[in-house]
Design a protein around this ligand. Structure first.
Ligand code: SAH
Length: 236
């Protein structure tokens, strides 16, 4: 299953064991369902998706992958949890989408088909791998020059500990307890530096905020907790 050392098997097991509830909009991954329209809004503000070759790295059960395919993309989703690839494949069979899934690492895929994608997305995954900079590097190898890369992750900022761990996991029951470890969170400056080393140029960043009173997510300038970043592949 695992063709990379850049994986934490406990993380794969944690997500894989929740595979059956992936598509329940009120289940363990309800927060991913809730933020997905905002992620699509952010992506579409930069990239035109119809006819695009799109790679979704760490796709899980396919919430973002399906939306990208519905928007007209030709999508490949990859994840190292085979249970999730199975759930994603089964779910996609219901629709008539240009979408397929594989269980392999992003590093292995970068060796196989470098420069083959117009758009690469990698959402809520970097904070779950031992060496996120290796993922950033592989993603940069997979996108063509002039193509777009979109990441989202959690900021290693005290407010992210308070809101994304304490509040979201223990008070508001928004995500399963134990989902996140504050020490693995990534500052925007760290992500941007890894990206720059890999010829990815930052074009935009947005924060994802949650209002517990209205239970609504919104995009804005506050990147202190959860944030989205858009990069363009520069170089030859
Ligand atoms: N990107 C999806 C799922 C996020 S959950 C979304 O935002 O909707 C994190 C996912 O990362 C899980 O599906 C987990 O299996 C996957 N993952 C963790 N480590 C990985 C690795 N090294 N390679 C590929 N996928 C990984």
């Amino acid at each position: 299953m695992i063709a990379t050392e850049n994986v934490n098997p406990a993380e794969i097991h944690k997500f894989g064991s929740l595979a059956d509830s992936w598509w329940n909009p009120n289940g363990a991954f309800k927060t991913l369902h809730a933020v997905n329209p905002l992620r699509m809004q952010f992506i579409r503000a930069h990239a035109s998706l119809p006819g695009c070759r799109i790679l979704d790295v760490g796709c899980g059960g396919g919430i973002l992958s399906e939306a990208l395919a519905e928007a007209g993309g030709e999508v490949l989703g990859i994840d190292l949890a085979p249970e999730l690839v199975a759930v994603a494949t089964r779910h996609a069979e219901a629709g008539n989408l240009n979408l397929r899934y594989r269980s392999l690492s992003v590093e292995a895929l970068a060796d196989e088909v470098p420069g083959q994608f117009d758009v690469v997305t990698c959402m809520e995954m970097l904070e779950h791998v031992p060496r996120p900079e290796s993922v950033v590097n592989a993603v940069a190898r997979l996108v063509r020059p002039g193509g777009w890369v979109f990441f989202s992750t959690l900021n290693r900022h005290p407010r992210a500990w308070l809101l994304a761990v304490v509040a979201a996991e223990y008070v508001l029951n928004m995500i399963p307890k134990g989902t996140h470890d504050y020490n693995t969170f990534i500052r925007p400056s760290e992500l941007t530096a890894w990206a720059r080393t890999a010829d990815l140029t930052l074009r935009d960043m947005a924060g994802v905020s949650y209002n517990p009173l209205t239970r609504q997510f919104s995009l804005g300038g506050d990147t202190g907790v959860n944030y989205l970043a858009a990069f363009m592949r520069t170089g030859d």
